[in-house]
Ligand binder design. Structure first.
Ligand code: NAD
Length: 497
């Protein structure tokens, strides 16, 4: 936690030097075309900085540079223990610049400063450090060969990695990719979202300060359909790693097929079920977690618990508990350390969320909390955490990822019906189950088609466990040693003795 007050943060915001240029081979530079776009803060609508709008020409330059750097071996062939030291320095620098990075994140995408500092920046540093620390502790394999042969099974860096990331956790999603990608020796081109490019741009300079050689990390801000597409179609990008929507994830698979069959690893959307059985050990804790699961980060969370499935026998009692609990989540100025719900990322996203709230009314769900845009006088984009009861799983608010603070409550009769409703979605990112019956907890967890399942909690996990989705929530995993698979090729070398 910080001792800085809202006035302190506002003062710092006034004097903050913000870099908006791209970063190629260790230097900030304008887009080749000279084009820029305005970076507008959702906190109050102020213009923060002109950002370089990169396109194909910049992608070309950055990929060539990344390839040359990779082939030079300056990073890719460095001893793992040396890469480890640099990665740990990189993590230390993120920690040392925590307040600056948190302020950039909050101004850029509207999340509460307490979360930006306490969650995003600290988790970003941890993810870089964890991957760096691991890299000199991983061993390759020797195959079970005949006596006169030696079979080496080794992992090699894959080469040039393009990482395309979203706007909801801009720094953290970048670092989930950069940690394993850089630790394993690749050269990376990071493409942040056009809605929140600022921390990625700043990170590039910290990487250089840490000792990561020029060209190993290039950052290209710009739109998805310009520079993002150029990277995804590039014939010399070996791997594309992505976090974002399922719609764009599918498009990236097409781009890979149309170009060089680059490997494509996708972390996509979700519509996660949070199942509360009548025998939950602590209904108050379950109600508070259900509220937090949709209100945290303004609901702009891929694992948001956006479908609350409640056993019918307790529903009339439990829903008012969630309505009460969500009162603790109130939109406010994100620069106030007491605020726990900030602004939605931009006007487009706010209007999207409001149109889903309208769809909830239109489809006959019952609004029991929130439902409105608030704080219009600030010039920012704020929506109250909203709960609809009486939802059925066929309604749009239950099927589509809203990516905002809108919760759908759905009743169920039996464990079988709960699992059937929970799995009746194209997504499979996360799920939770609340029960004090051990067998029911395990059997339900096994039956849920999701990459993460929580029991009697919501949103647990850290760098030690893999994170990713079943079904149309993606493939591959971020975090843990499993993430290293995305960034390495497996080689078998047979030696005749
Ligand atoms: P998005 O798919 O619109 O954009 C993600 C990134 O892709 C951005 O950088 C964007 O510029 C780029 N992009 C867009 N069109 C492109 C194209 N044609 N070619 C190449 N790149 C392109 O997603 P978003 O709105 O930024 O983020 C929200 C989504 O991210 C949600 O669906 C959320 O569930 C998902 N998400 C998933 C995870 C996870 O780990 N599974 C984590 C966070 C967010």
């Amino acid at each position: 936690m910080t001792s800085l007050t809202r006035a302190d943060w506002e003062q710092r915001a006034k004097t903050l030097k913000i870099e908006g240029r791209a970063f190629i081979h260790g230097e900030y530079r304008a887009a080749a075309s000279g084009a820029t776009f305005e970076c507008i803060s959702p906190v109050d609508g102020r213009m923060l900085v002109e950002v370089a709008s990169c396109d194909q020409a910049d992608a070309e330059l950055a990929v060539q540079d990344a390839r040359q750097t990779f082939d030079s071996g300056i990073w890719s062939r460095l001893a793992p223990v040396k890469r480890k030291d640099v990665m740990i320095r990189f993590a230390d620098l993120i920690d040392q610049h925590a307040e600056e990075l948190a302020l950039l994140e909050t101004l850029d995408m509207g999340k509460p400063i307490s979360d930006a500092l306490g969650i995003d920046v600290s988790s970003a540093a941890r993810s870089i450090r964890w991957s760096g620390e691991a890299i000199d502790k991983i061993y390759d394999e020797v195959a079970a060969t005949p006596h006169n042969e030696l079979g080496l099974v080794t992992r090699e860096p894959i080469g040039v990695v393009a990482a395309i990331v979203p706007w909801n956790f801009p720094l953290l999603m970048s670092c989930w990719k950069l940690g394993p990608a850089l630790s394993t020796g690749n050269s990376v081109i990071l493409k942040p979202s056009e809605k929140s490019p600022l921390t990625a741009i700043r990170l590039a300079q910290l990487a250089i300060e840490a000792g990561i050689p020029a060209g190993v990390l290039n950052v290209l801000p710009g739109y998805g359909h310009t520079v993002g597409k150029a990277l995804a179609l590039h014939m010399d990008v070996d791997t594309l790693v992505f976090t974002g929507s399922t719609k764009i994830a599918k498009q990236l698979m097409i781009y890979a097929g149309e170009s060089n069959m680059k490997r494509v690893w996708l972390e996509a959307g979700g519509k996660s079920p949070n199942i509360v059985f009548a025998d939950a050990p602590d209904l108050q804790a379950a109600a508070e977690a259900a509220a937090g699961a949709i209100a945290f980060n303004q609901g702009e969370v891929c694992t948001a618990g956006s479908r609350l499935l409640v056993e019918n026998s307790i529903k009339a009692m439990f829903v008012p508990m969630v309505v009460e609990a969500i009162k603790a989540w109130k939109p406010g100025n994100p620069l106030d350390p007491a605020t726990n719900v900030g602004a939605l990322v931009d006007t487009t996203q706010m209007n999207n969320v409001l149109s889903y709230i309208q769809a909830g009314h239109d489809e006959g769900a019952t609004l029991v909390a929130g439902g409105k845009q608030v704080l219009q006088e600030t010039g920012g984009t704020y929506v109250e955490p909203t709960i609809f009861d009486g939802v059925n799983n066929a309604m749009r608010i239950a099927r589509e990822e809203i990516f905002g603070p809108v919760l759908s409550v759905i009743g169920f009769e039996s464990a079988e019906e709960a699992v059937q409703i929970a799995n009746d979605t194209p997504y499979g990112l996360a799920a939770a189950v609340w029960t004090s019956n051990l067998s029911k907890a395990h059997l339900t967890a096994k039956a849920l088609r999701a990459g993460s399942v929580w029991v009697n909690q919501y949103d647990g996990g850290d760098m030690t466990a893999p994170f990713g989705g079943f079904k149309q929530s993606g493939n591959g995993r971020d975090k843990s040693l499993h993430a290293f698979d995305k960034y390495t090729e497996l080689k078998a070398t047979w030696i005749k003795l």
